[in-house]
Ligand binder design. Structure first.
Ligand SMILES: [Ca+2]
Ligand SMILES: [Ca+2]
Length: 320
């Protein structure tokens, strides 16, 4: 026979479990997600890279259909191949079509069965054709089960950029008169992915050369003395990409100097005499293994300047 005390305890235990479940409900199963992996790609003109179209936490997937947009001025599609996720479940029908600035891809299991879990739906290989940056965006995405019911889901996109800057400038007026002031404006130049343009170097074609940082040389003016003459203009821009994570001393490399600066600070917290904010890469107020493991994979890496050149012609007339 259960004593009164034991009975009260059992009721109390149930009450606590009930309260816990109300306050901390069991996690709902995550919605499926189609994502481009990796989410960030750094490649240079001439190089190739491959992305995966991944599906995560899907249940009973029989058919998928997506569109993937990209900038055809920056990227060229080399190949599109089926991933293993549906194939592992049975025979499939896979296909794709290239639009002007997108790829349309679909795949279905030919039997009325579905795949469950996480895996790769497709791979796409691109070649980088120019300097610049672009988003890779998934849209009109569909996940469908064997009963032809569409599943709600989220998507994850990707971003591609080159390490080399984009050099660009405008000339105004583009057909100046002799002695007229011409403005050369390099404001349309940019560093893909967010590096800084550290130098603008101009060769204005008549022996005039100007260079400097954005304040000094992004916009320059010049008057030509020639009459009915064509001059070749040449702009070279230089970008210094951000330093690699782990560069304690800020000299754009990660080497033994950085490691020897981190060593004495290891284990310190903000306020400690040995704490060094430059070693606290995750800025959480301490120098610990997270910071060490930020430095370690970048050991030996160095940031190097990247340059790019843009050419144009200007014709100077002789009207008076
Ligand atoms: Ca360094
Ligand atoms: Ca830290």
């Amino acid at each position: 026979m259960v004593s009164k005390m034991t009975g009260e305890r059992i009721i109390l235990a149930f009450a606590i479990i009930l309260i816990m479940l109300t306050v901390f409900p069991l996690p709902a199963s995550a919605a499926p997600k189609i994502a481009i992996v990796p989410a960030k790609i750094v490649k240079n003109p001439g190089e190739e890279f491959t992305i995966k179209i991944n599906v995560a936490t899907v249940t009973n997937l029989n058919l998928w259909d997506i569109k993937l947009s990209y900038d055809p001025a920056l990227l060229d599609v080399i190949s599109v191949t089926e991933g293993p996720f549906l194939k592992a479940k049975g025979p499939t029908s896979f296909g794709y079509a290239l639009g002007a600035n997108y790829i349309s891809i679909f795949c279905l299991l030919t039997d009325p069965v579905g795949a469950t879990g996480t895996g790769d739906l497709a791979s796409v290989t691109f070649q980088v054709m120019d300097t610049g940056q672009c988003d890779l965006i998934l849209y009109e995405t569909k996940l469908v089960d064997p009963d032809l019911v569409e599943m709600s889901h989220t998507t994850g996109n990707s971003f591609v950029y080159t390490e080399y800057p984009v050099a660009c400038f405008t000339i105004s007026p583009d057909h100046p008169n002799t002695g007229e002031t011409v403005t050369f404006n390099a404001s349309c130049s940019f560093a893909p992915g967010g590096g800084n343009i550290t130098d603008y170097a101009w060769d204005l074609g008549d022996g005039t050369k100007l260079h400097g940082n954005a304040t000094i040389a992004k916009v320059v003016t010049h008057a030509y003395t020639g009459v009915n003459q064509t001059y070749g203009i040449n702009l070279t821009i230089t970008v210094m990409p951000p330093p690699p994570p782990g560069d304690v001393d800020g000299d754009l490399d990660v080497d033994s100097t950085d490691l020897f600066k981190l060593a004495p600070a290891y284990g310190s917290k903000i306020g400690d005499p040995l704490y060094n904010a430059n070693c606290d890469f995750d800025k959480d107020g301490d120098v610990d293994s997270v910071d060490l493991f930020t430095l370690a994979p970048n050991y030996g890496k160095k940031t190097v300047a990247r340059k790019n050149i843009q050419l144009a012609w200007i014709y100077v007339t002789g009207f008076t």
